[in-house]
Design a protein around this ligand. Structure first.
Ligand code: R5P
Length: 292
């Protein structure tokens, strides 16, 4: 067994972004045409970034606040999302098939919020993903969790299947209540996902040293929004993440639980795609809020 790597003086070279020869996304230059085409339906090729609208929470917690009626409250927002992240059940039952942008489908599941969450299995076949024209498949990975190995195995099986069919895999690093959310943990979690084949990785933003998380991950990182915060705080978090190397956000509650979701998603877009400052984006939010 190798010894634990506890050296302090690591060299992340955060001032030297990884080069991206052949394709606009970090670490994706050697992927096949179909894979790169699907990624271009998730990430805007002009900015190289994405605003993924995450509405898959029901797969373990049922009708989450703000998602009780996806037909009424989420469908009107789709025009401002680069990509929708949802379950196949919601896709088929509620999302208009005229939606032509990328759809990232939740492909793992099992336990409800009443049980041990890391006890997930794969919950969708690759044929189903092809049938639904998924732009990527998302799988939860529980580094340090009770079922860590199985969740990694879920991911590597999905990567193998996705690579056969040209469908990217989004590894979603899940943080258990008992685990410390710091840069050291995030570096460990996202790097393991990338090393074992994830096409891109979703993680939480941490206020200290987040640039070391993005610098040491060879593939794109998007951040989850997390719990609802005041709008300006959520915009600050998104801005800090982007400035520290994130390739976008996969944001749910901070958009659909806002009192003005349409204004909020447009403000988030300004931060992600136009490098607006949080204050500029918040001004936009307020203006749009007044209009609506
Ligand atoms: C978690 O249940 C889902 O994977 C969400 O897609 C993810 O956590 C992002 O949503 P939020 O911004 O609400 O954290």
């Amino acid at each position: 067994m190798p010894e634990a790597d506890d050296k302090q003086a690591k060299s992340f070279h955060t001032d030297r972004p990884q080069e991206t020869p052949g394709f606009f996304l970090k670490g994706c230059g050697a992927l096949d045409w179909g894979m790169q085409n699907r990624l271009s339906r998730i990430f805007d090729p002009d900015s190289g970034r994405t605003v993924m609208l995450a509405v898959d929470h029901g797969y373990f917690q049922g009708p989450t606040t703000g998602l009780e009626r996806i037909d009424l409250d989420i469908v009107p927002l789709l025009g401002w999302a680069d990509t929708l992240m949802c379950t196949r059940g919601i896709l088929r039952s509620v999302i208009p098939p005229t939606f032509a942008k990328g759809v990232v489908l939740r492909a793992s599941g099992g336990p409800s919020i009443l049980k041990e969450l890391s006890d997930e299995h794969l919950a969708m076949s690759i044929e189903e993903a092809v049938r639904l024209d998924a732009a990527a498949l998302a799988v939860q990975v529980f580094i340090g969790g009770e079922h860590e190995s199985r969740s990694i195995r879920n991911m590597t099986r999905l990567v193998d299947a996705g690579n056969r069919h040209g469908i990217p895999t989004l590894a979603v690093t899940a943080v258990g209540r008992e685990l410390t959310r710091d840069a050291k943990y995030m570096r460990l979690a996202v790097r393991i996902c990338a090393e074992l084949g994830a096409t891109y990785v979703k993680t939480y933003f941490v206020p200290e040293d987040f640039e070391t998380v993005t610098a040491s991950c060879p593939v794109p990182i998007v951040i989850a929004g997390g719990k609802k915060q005041p709008e300006l705080d959520a915009l600050r978090m998104a801005s800090l993440a982007i400035r520290q190397g994130a390739s976008g956000v996969d944001m749910g509650r901070n958009i659909f639980q806002s009192e003005h979701p349409a204004a909020m998603i447009r403000a988030v877009r300004a931060v992600v795609h136009e490098n607006a400052s949080p204050e500029e984006a918040y001004d936009l939010y307020r203006d749009l809020r007044e209009e609506s």
